[in-house]
Design a protein around this ligand. Structure first.
Ligand SMILES: *Cc1c(COP(=O)(O)O)cnc(C)c1O
Length: 367
């Protein structure tokens, strides 16, 4: 039997978030069925990418769509598209694109570890203050695109996305939204591009619950067309970021499911789970449990923040985070500070909330 246990790798309950380091998310039966079906026959891969893209575009109200091998790969390809849609000659030159536009504008307040995906294309990152004047001043003949790293409902920028889109449009350069973790709400699948963003990038393996190594590039047809010649199965910058027929069909099934999903019921499950945790933990001495909103990616779903009095409990929050991982079954919870951690219901399977609650009671009671 090929399974995790035989390798000495323990499966865990994920009360943390859609973290890649714990496997991101779980694929529902519809997605697994589509991938299994896809694995049984050969097809023309470029035609499949085109047809899957058309279906995803229709479902997400976009002009065009493309399945990538993840949102990070989407950043690489979207950067390339920002040059290629106007200068297809650059095709053979990546990542040596100094002869072409080679700067991507990123706001200082949105800097994050995914910059390297922009560098991979050969771009220099031009970091600017997050205000309209800085953006106007920064755009020049070397600027290929503006990146916007969306943070959901707790965004703190001095420039609005609307203003950034308008300024990029005045100067005719694409604004690309990295919305990797910006689901829910499902409406984000069309909101950014309807606002005028040239492309919006999503992870297939976070809340969409598609294949881990999948992502969506949604938006303008001219930009999406421009990357086909450098993407799998063609040779070029995108070839190492291969997307298989199984991932394409799995991503499509995930989008179909997500569009139809009862998001209100899901939100209710998350709210009820947070209340369950609060009700169980608050009676314990030295423990305060409360609803926190939105969650770490700014998604409009609640988490439970558990704050402990170390004097009473005798352990730090970090000790507890580690202790959860040694339980049977192991549980990943989200670290926060010396005195607090989060229990996140968004990645729990129904019924697991009781296991997490009981593990909490046991660990905090022992302490
Ligand atoms: C998760 C994430 C990514 C990477 O997404 P993958 O699909 O894992 O490649 C990129 N940007 C942000 C902001 C993310 O949260």
């Amino acid at each position: 039997m090929t399974d995790y246990q035989s390798l000495g790798v323990r499966p865990l309950i994920n009360a943390y978030a859609t973290m890649t380091k714990f496997g991101g998310s779980l694929m529902p039966p519809e997605v697994l069925a589509a991938m299994n079906e896809a694995a049984t026959a050969f097809v023309d891969l470029q035609l499949l990418q085109r047809r899957v893209g058309e279906r995803i575009a229709e479902l997400t109200r976009n002009e065009a769509a493309y399945v990538t091998s993840g949102a990070a790969a989407g950043i690489v390809l979207a950067s390339a598209a920002a040059v290629l849609y106007k200068q297809p000659d650059a095709l053979k030159h990546f990542p040596k694109i100094a002869a072409f536009k080679d700067q991507a504008i990123v706001f200082r307040s949105q800097r994050n570890p995914y910059d390297y995906a922009i560098h991979q294309t050969g771009f220099k990152v031009t970091e600017i203050e997050s205000d309209p004047a800085a953006l106007r001043a920064a755009i020049n003949e070397r600027s290929a695109c503006v990146f916007w790293f969306a943070r959901g409902t707790d965004s703190v920028e001095d420039i609005s996305l609307e203003a950034a889109i308008a300024i990029a449009a005045e100067r005719d350069i694409p604004l690309i939204v990295d919305a990797a973790a910006q689901l829910p709400p499902v409406s984000n699948l069309w909101r950014f591009t309807e606002m005028g963003a040239a492309l919006a990038l999503f992870s297939g393996g976070k809340d969409l619950r598609g294949p881990q190594s999948s992502g969506l590039m949604l938006g303008r047809r001219d930009l999406i067309e421009s990357i086909r010649p450098i993407s799998n199965p063609n040779h070029g910058l995108g070839r190492p970021m291969k997307v298989g027929k199984e991932e394409m069909m799995g991503a499509l099934a995930a989008v179909e499911r997500y569009i139809k999903l009862d998001h209100a019921a899901r939100e209710q499950y998350c709210e009820a789970t947070v209340q369950l945790f609060c009700a169980a933990l608050n009676p314990l001495p030295g423990v305060r449990a409360e609803r926190a909103f939105p969650n770490e990616a700014g998604q409009p779903l609640p988490r439970c923040r558990v704050t402990i009095d170390q004097g009473v409990i005798g352990k730090s929050a970090d000790d507890l985070v580690q202790a959860f991982l040694t339980q049977e079954p192991a549980i990943a919870v989200a670290p926060d500070s010396d005195a607090s951690f989060y229990l996140n219901p968004m990645t729990l399977e129904p019924g697991e909330e009781l296991i997490v609650r009981d593990a909490c009671l046991k660990l905090l009671d022992e302490a």
